[in-house]
Write a protein of this length. Structure first.
Length: 169
């Protein structure tokens, strides 16, 4: 009887499962894990299917997929955190141009689902919005951003800086 590992798999079953995880093609995985030189394609597909339905192989493949998804999820969260940190650095750096700082805040607002201008909705872009519509949209965005406890102090500071830089009439 073949020796099985802690997952209940033989060496060849484990190799098949790993090859299947890498390619997603059972017949290809079978060819790489087993001596299939003298087998017809139909036989290979049949044996590969049997292996995929073997309880130990199925359990191993599903567990590995779960680990991979979890890793990717953590990686995505780490990337988002890194992006947010970079945006905060840009937004807080007074040496950056006001436009760049505002862009950073806009992106932070998008990440926080606060930015109404970039919300996931379909708009008719065939018509150019009126100045009044654009003003209303901008006020809506600012109201939402000011309601966010993390963004509000920074926006207030930017408004103050902008007023100081504006020419006096």
């Amino acid at each position: 009887m073949a020796v099985k590992d802690a997952d209940g798999l033989t060496v060849k079953q484990r190799e098949f499962a790993l090859q299947y995880l890498a390619s997603g093609v059972a017949a290809e995985a079978y060819r790489k894990a087993y001596d299939a030189e003298n087998m017809r394609d139909k036989q290979i597909r049949t044996e590969a299917s049997k292996l995929l339905h073997h309880p130990d192989v199925t359990r191993f493949v599903e567990a590995e997929k779960g680990r991979k998804e979890q890793k990717q999820s953590i990686s995505a969260a780490q990337k988002r955190t890194k992006l947010e940190n970079s945006l905060w650095k840009i937004a807080d750096d007074e040496d950056n141009a006001l436009g760049h700082r505002l862009d950073a805040f806009k992106l932070l607002a998008k990440l926080r689902s606060v930015d109404a201008m970039a919300a996931d909705r379909t708009e008719d872009v065939s018509e150019t919005p009126t100045k009044s519509d654009a003003w209303d949209q901008m006020q809506d965005v600012l109201k939402r951003a000011m309601a966010d406890p993390e963004l509000a102090p920074h926006l207030a500071q930017l408004v103050q800086l902008n007023q100081e830089d504006s020419p006096k009439h």
